[in-house]
Design a protein around this ligand. Structure first.
Ligand code: CU
Length: 148
């Protein structure tokens, strides 16, 4: 009885020792450092499509295809209407189905820019920050312009 138990303990210890040796051998050349993958999700509160567009935003029949766009200070944003649908673009944002036409300090005035197919530029955006742009025709058609 006693001898059997001892044998079991010895076998168990042997397995344990072998296991730890293997483990040490495996972990030695590892040193995995997570360097890549820089998450750039900081911009745009309502960014649903992941990243923001750069400089150019497309529009479909009822919304901006990209919900946010990054531009450098002093640059314009190009809006491309992919379909022959009228969009009227100005400063502000839709909040709970209501258009709030506020021009933030530092934002360029966007004077009801009519786009029906083709493209138009808005701006230039000369102040760094986050500016809201909306389409008054389509409820919840919001765009955030990140100027950096
Ligand atoms: Cu629109």
């Amino acid at each position: 009885m006693n001898g059997k138990r001892l044998k079991v303990i010895v076998v168990f210890l042997t397995i344990l020792a072998l296991g730890s040796i293997l483990l040490a051998a495996c972990s030695r050349p590892g040193t995995i450092t997570n360097t890549g993958t820089t998450p750039t999700a900081s911009s745009g509160g309502g960014g649903t499509t992941g990243g923001c567009a750069n400089g150019t935003v497309h529009m479909d029949a009822s919304n901006f295809v990209q919900k946010c766009v990054n531009v450098k200070k002093g640059s314009k944003v190009t809006l491309v209407d992919d379909v022959q649908v009228l969009h009227i673009i100005t400063n502000g944002q839709w909040v709970n189905g209501n258009p709030q036409l506020t021009v933030e300090p530092g934002a360029p005035t966007i004077p009801n820019v009519n786009i029906s197919g083709g493209s138009a530029d808005i701006g230039p955006f000369n102040t760094a920050g986050k500016f809201n742009v909306l389409c008054t025709v389509h409820v919840n058609m919001n765009l955030v312009v990140n100027v950096m």
